[in-house]
Ligand binder design. Structure first.
Ligand code: SF4
Ligand code: FES
Length: 247
């Protein structure tokens, strides 16, 4: 009887989108790389090994390596995901990586999500509108625990852009607030410190660039790496808009 030896490591093939929009000589194409899989290898580890040992020009973004900074979103075999928390063990032998759509391409897998989020925030005034200026000496105001939890749920968004990239409407219409935008709007709408009126909110969100632009395909909900309750957010926004009685 022969003793079974250790299982040989898988040989992974990476098919990676390459393109530098700043270089007139560059054209979009896929490039193949081979890499031996290691235990607990993430796409973060794999891409760094490819860049260190095979091609130093490979562009991609990572900062925190722990699903906090939101910079490593990419299409992994066609599905938006965070590279830093995607284990190669859960992927087939051939791994195709593309940059997230919707966002401005910087190069290869690197995109500028900040530009999209800034524009979304400015167009929807998605920041606190308080009637009184902030007074650092004022006593702390208490908030109902359930409400605080609901606001916190929205605050957990890391602005990775995975939901936006998965959204058919956001892919077609640059002015659509998108899942992350609607989540951010809802976060301020819930907050009693934001003193905007029903009519103000109706203007922001009750149109086809806001919550009524959503076609309900719900890919955003499936891909969000922080499991934000996006379905509940849209239901909340729709109920609030209907309750205004405005048309
Ligand atoms: Fe990323 Fe989820 Fe925030 Fe969308 S809602 S940007 S998927 S964390
Ligand atoms: Fe920060 Fe992946 S590196 S979320």
């Amino acid at each position: 009887m022969s003793a079974a030896g250790p299982t040989p490591a898988r040989q992974l093939r990476f098919e990676i989108f390459r393109y530098d929009p700043e270089d007139p000589a560059s054209t979009p194409h896929m490039q193949s790389f081979e890499l031996e899989e290691a235990p607990y290898m993430t796409l973060y580890i794999a891409l760094n090994q490819l860049r260190e040992k095979q091609d130093p020009s490979l562009q991609f973004d990572f900062a925190c390596r722990s699903a906090i900074c939101g910079s490593c979103g990419m299409l992994v075999n066609g599905r938006p995901a965070l590279g830093c928390r995607t284990l190669t063990a859960g992927l087939p032998d051939v791994i195709r990586l593309h940059p997230l759509p919707v966002f401005k391409l910087i190069g290869d897998l690197s995109v500028d999500t900040g530009r999209w989020f800034r524009q979304m925030v400015e167009e929807n005034e998605a920041w606190m509108h308080a009637a009184q200026p902030f007074d650092p000496q004022a006593p702390e105001q208490r908030m109902d625990d359930d409400l605080a939890q609901a606001i916190y749920a929205g605050e957990r968004c890391i602005e990775c852009g995975c939901c936006v990239a998965s959204c058919g409407v956001a892919n077609l219409r640059p002015d659509f607030a998108g899942p992350a935008g609607l989540n951010r709007i809802a976060r301020f709408m819930m907050d009693p410190r934001d003193t905007r009126s029903d009519a103000d909110w109706f203007e922001v969100v009750s149109n086809s660039d806001g919550v009524f632009g959503c076609l309900g395909m719900m890919a955003c909900h499936d891909v969000c790496p922080k499991q934000l309750p996006l379905l509940e957010v849209y239901a909340y926004l729709r109920r609030k808009m209907l309750a205004t009685g405005l048309r």
